[in-house]
Design a protein around this ligand. Structure first.
Ligand SMILES: [Zn+2]
Length: 111
């Protein structure tokens, strides 16, 4: 394989000491005048990173939603504890008011 057929990216060797050497794969694409293999094609690298970041963002969003739901559950539990102990929770003793408050907590947890 001639040098022009070889990927232009340097890669790290594995082992105790870090060394870099040119990627040994055959270049299959040219970007900005440089040749790259399928793995080191800058556009493919960017696409993989974008996909990975989207996955992480989805995981963070799911974790945040879970956390908000947990916070809402704590609030609901605290309110229920007050109601069960007969504390004045600032609500008229009407089931409809309790329902509204519970709906607001659920809505807050799901936004
Ligand atoms: Zn390569």
């Amino acid at each position: 394989m001639s040098e022009t057929d070889q990927c232009s990216r340097d890669v790290a060797t594995s082992g105790l000491r870090m060394h870099y050497h040119p990627c040994l794969r055959k270049a299959t694409i040219t970007r900005n005048g440089k040749r790259y293999c399928y793995q080191h094609d800058p556009e493919a690298v960017a696409a993989r990173q974008k996909k990975l970041h989207a996955k992480w963002q989805a995981e963070w969003d799911a974790d945040e939603k879970k956390w908000r739901r947990g916070q809402a559950a704590f609030k609901a539990l605290a309110l229920l504890e007050k109601i069960l102990t007969g504390a004045d929770v600032g609500l008229p003793v009407l089931p409809l008011a309790w329902e509204r408050k519970a709906k607001r907590i659920v809505k807050e947890a799901n936004t």
